[in-house]
Design a protein around this ligand. Structure first.
Ligand SMILES: Cc1cc2nc3c(=O)[nH]c(=O)nc-3n(C[C@H](O)[C@H](O)[C@H](O)COP(=O)(O)OP(=O)(O)OC[C@H]3O[C@@H](n4cnc5c(N)ncnc54)[C@H](O)[C@@H]3O)c2cc1C
Length: 433
């Protein structure tokens, strides 16, 4: 595999008698993109979400709101890689480490953590990278038609994504990851200290070497992209039901979603509620090992023009990303479930570290925590419920749900149409642990 697929994907409209009414739960990128691809196939689609990205809704409850805005063509590696087991004690001891675990959540996390450590073995990492490599190869080809339809191409900032290392030794220790990336077609430029200074003159010179991932790029505003997709969905005849989904029932002809308002009946149901999807799987009798990696961001409005592309120091576990309203410092992983509030130690860490890497960035004004929907092997779930074929699952995208949202929607539409999918979705089956 060499260059990435840049030919926009297409789906043929289905015959009249194959078209269905479809209810999608969740208006994050995965739900919105699934809805748009399903409409393209000819279905009549309703999205159920108490806060879809329309009108004055803040959208802050969706993970799709607060991410690092990066279409990460380089994200071939899973989160768990060989050796991570030795980091677990540090994760437990330090609340501000790039990866941390809230002690009291450990008993609940245990089954997920065991599967995560098992997926971090060398052979598994090779297998997972090969699946991610295939998905990333088509990721932008799936986005292009949806961005064109929603008139959001202007949000793309196609300047690559820069990873920096403070020493030659750090760079060398990451080289093996780049070898794996290169194997799956990621275009990588090794960059020297001088080249980094030319690319990003406003960075403090605390770097020795770097890698520029040429095919990755960032979006000026994920909120604006989500709003544009929502407008395109409505313009194509889609309807939002602004209610919380409470319960899903499936039968031979379709299913019913009980909501905080009136129930919604449909010929097919798609569960795309991000990290909140597990309860619906349980209602249908499917045991899915979904948990959440909580991630954080702070915003520096005055720093807006200081960077030309997303910049990441892997050792810190966060990105600094230029956006329409400032520099967003964003990332890190905290295992702590869906119920606990934002941990101020983690936003303080982002707030304090940024000016050391990017002087003149100013003062942070905003802080956010969101729930990455995460499977232990860093692969999403895409496919039918084993117990209820009229329900399709689409969640679990962890760190790359923005990148893979459009491709997921495409695969969902192919799957529901009974077509052979563009890539083999067997490794993405819901009940795999
Ligand atoms: C700090 C951070 C940085 C990230 N950076 C990147 C990045 O640079 N690139 C990238 O590709 N990915 C990134 N990600 C990951 C990406 O943001 C997620 O994978 C993606 O947003 C998940 O999308 P989703 O649609 O599955 O879930 P969400 O965006 O969380 O959407 C789920 C939707 O379901 C709705 N919902 C929940 N419960 C119910 C219910 N009961 N009834 C109805 N609706 C419900 C919610 O309101 C929400 O709108 C990052 C994530 C974080 C946290």
């Amino acid at each position: 595999m060499t260059a990435l697929n840049q030919t926009p994907l297409e789906i043929a409209p289905l015959a009249e008698n194959q078209r269905q009414t479809i209810a999608v739960i969740g208006a994050g990128f995965v739900g919105l993109c699934s809805a748009l691809w399903l409409q393209r196939a000819g279905h009549k689609v309703t999205i159920i979400d108490p806060e879809p990205p329309t009108g004055n809704v803040s959208y802050r409850n969706a993970c799709s709101y607060g991410n690092a805005c990066t279409i990460a063509a380089h994200a071939v590696l899973p989160v768990g890689t060989p050796g991570i087991v030795w980091d677990v004690p540090r994760m437990l001891l330090r609340a501000d480490a790039p990866l941390s675990i809230i002690w009291r959540y450990l008993p609940q996390l245990a089954p997920w953590l065991i599967a995560f450590l098992s997926a971090s073995r060398t052979k598994e990492v090779e297998r997972i990278s090969s699946v991610l490599g295939q998905m990333l190869y088509h990721a932008d080809a799936a986005w292009l038609p949806l961005m064109q339809q929603s008139e959001s191409m202007h949000l793309r900032r196609e300047n690559g994504c820069l990873y920096l290392y403070k020493s030659e030794a750090d760079y060398r220790s990451a080289e093996q990851n780049d070898r794996l990336r290169a194997k799956y077609g990621v275009a990588i430029d090794e960059v020297s200290r001088d080249e980094i200074r030319d690319l990003e003159p406003n960075l403090a010179p605390v770097y020795e070497r770097g890698a520029l991932y040429r095919d990755s790029f960032n979006l000026w505003s994920p909120l604006q992209l989500a709003q544009a997709l929502a407008r395109a969905f409505e313009a194509a005849g889609g309807t939002f039901v602004r209610q919380e989904a409470l319960n899903v029932e499936a039968n031979e002809t379709g299913g019913k979603v009980h909501t905080s308002g009136d129930p919604v009946e449909a010929g097919h149901i798609v569960i795309a509620a991000g990290a909140h999807s597990k309860r619906f799987c349980a209602q249908l009798g499917d045991k899915v090992l979904l948990d959440t990696e909580r991630g954080y961001h702070v915003l520096f409005p005055e720093g807006r023009d200081l960077l030309n592309r997303p910049v990441c120091y892997p050792e810190h576990g966060f990105y600094m990303v230029p956006m329409q309203n400032g520099i967003r410092t964003v990332g890190t992983v905290e295992f702590g479930g869906l119920k606990r509030p934002l941990n101020p130690k983690r936003t303080a860490m982002l707030r304090n570290a940024t000016p050391k890497l990017l002087p003149n960035v100013g003062t942070a004004t905003d802080e956010w925590m969101g729930f990455r929907p995460s499977m232990p092997d860093s692969l999403p779930v895409i496919g039918p419920s084993p117990k209820s074929p009229n329900v399709t699952y689409a969640f679990g995208h962890g760190h790359i749900g923005l990148t893979l949202g459009a491709l997921t929607g495409y695969l969902v539409a192919q799957n529901i149409a009974g077509q052979q999918t563009l890539i083999d979705v067997e490794p993405l089956r819901p009940v795999r642990f």
